[in-house]
Design a protein around this ligand. Structure first.
Ligand code: PMP
Length: 433
């Protein structure tokens, strides 16, 4: 039978006892989730929640196409990519077909952390250097190198004091609450470029500049126009590589662009991608040029037992098939525009909404106590998320101030569900939380 609230608490206690504590859970009293379908999650009391945060499942939960492809493949063959089988070749070809020239060479891994880590190792090996430039407020993963370049203090207040000395962070180019706002946000790029030149002049030229191509973790905020063009030019001028972290921004979520770097009008040297690629099945990739990949060979070793396995490869292809069949990117563009308009309309009536960031179906509703001082409404954001849960909407805070609603639902979300989110947010902001 379905566990009652005592059962739910017991499971939570067992989780807290057996599962390393650093792996926090959403909510103080989280529902016990049992199944998912499209943009919905269902708990053990058969309560249905609208999942507004799951960018790992663009096709939605419980996708039959992916389930059938993986099930079939697991019964037929699942092994490592040192064997020669068709799926890994076909999937790699399809990924290479999604990126502009000269990018043409794929490494398959199992997660975003692995992809970011490998992207960094490729850059270190290709340049023979050890320094890397990253951006403040960023998250790139939990492995040694991907964690090293992660500067977000949202989950780790000590992040900045504990980065290794080969990591050099430039300012977060936040046009809303950063040092340069609005039209002045064009000033972040020359400063980042100057920092890169300074490092080169001091005898520590960077191997790479790594950044999300759209600031996902920092609040769903697009980079200022021309930002990546200028910073990529500076790092290349200094002999380093441009790494694009597309783990959140890529794969059609931004609507008008399949990749975040397209929105910036640039082509990176190395791309790290994951999350959406497998619709929840562990899957990630590094995409680069043949020449850069060949230089990695001189210094590094790469083999992954499960990266690019037959099951993972067919999962990845089933995801791409569903994107095409369901027109998910176009849907993200159209519904994202509508949702942003609706949220902006709420902002005209609710002063707590400082602004609505974002593109496509990656939006960020930023709450402030005062539109002049921009004081972050951190506690209010937490309380609003808790109240939204009671109203059947799963939503979480993001950003270093934890005052932005990370609005990134499965791309398959129905317009009616987006409306429900807006109505419930309106209700919470009107009635209180
Ligand atoms: N890069 C970015 C931008 C991310 O948001 C994340 C995960 N939140 C990662 C890398 C790491 O991905 P994973 O959790 O799949 O290891």
């Amino acid at each position: 039978g379905a566990p009652d609230s005592t059962g739910r608490r017991e499971l939570l206690e067992r989780r807290n006892a057996a599962f390393a504590e650093v792996q926090e859970h959403y909510y103080d009293a989280p529902p016990q989730i049992e199944r998912g379908w499209r943009e919905h999650l269902v708990d053990t009391d058969a309560r249905v929640y609208l999942d507004m945060v799951n960018n790992v499942t663009p096709l939605g939960h419980g996708h039959l196409g992916v389930a059938a492809a993986v099930n079939r493949q697991l019964r037929r063959l699942n092994t490592n990519s040192r064997f020669n089988y068709e799926a890994v070749v076909e999937f790699s070809e399809r990924l290479a077909g999604l990126v502009p020239e000269p990018l043409d060479t794929v490494f398959l891994v199992n997660s975003g952390s692995e992809a970011a880590d490998l992207a960094i190792r490729v850059a270190l090996a290709a340049t023979g250097r050890r320094d890397v430039v990253s951006v403040l407020e960023a998250y790139h993963g939990w492995t040694y190198a991907s964690d090293a370049v992660s500067t977000s203090t949202a989950d780790n207040p000590n992040a900045l004091e504990t980065r290794p000395d080969w990591v050099h962070a430039v300012e977060a180019p936040n046009p809303f609450r950063g040092r340069y706002r609005g039209a002045d946000a064009t000033r972040y790029a020359p400063e980042a470029a100057a920092r890169i030149r300074e490092l080169a002049d001091s005898g520590r030229p960077p191997a790479a500049f790594i950044a999300e191509t759209f600031t996902g973790n920092a609040g769903g905020i697009p980079l200022p126009d021309g930002y990546l063009a200028e910073v990529y030019a500076a790092v290349r001028e200094a002999g380093g590589l441009a790494i694009a972290d597309e783990v959140q921004a890529g794969y059609g979520r931004l609507g008008d662009w399949f990749w975040g770097f397209e929105q910036q009008g640039v082509v990176p040297d190395v791309i790290a991608v994951a999350k959406a690629m497998g619709n929840g099945h562990p899957l990630g990739a590094v995409i680069t040029t043949r020449e850069i990949a060949a230089r990695f060979r001189t210094q590094g070793y790469f083999f992954s037992s499960t990266g690019g396995s037959p099951a993972s490869s067919v999962a990845g292809m089933a995801v791409l098939d569903a994107y095409a069949a369901d027109g998910l990117q176009a849907h993200a563009a159209a519904l994202g525009r509508q949702l942003k308009r609706d949220l902006e309309e709420l902002a005209t009536r609710h002063p707590l909404i400082g602004t609505v960031h974002g593109l496509g179906l990656y939006l960020g509703v930023e709450f402030v106590r005062d539109r002049e001082t921009l004081e972050p409404a951190t506690e209010e954001t937490r309380a609003i998320c808790d109240r939204l849960l009671e109203l059947g909407v799963i939503m979480q805070p993001t950003g270093d101030h934890q005052n932005v609603l990370k609005t990134k639902p499965p791309l398959c979300i129905e317009p009616g569900s987006a409306d429900y989110f807006v109505e419930m947010l309106d209700r919470v902001l009107t009635e209180g939380w």
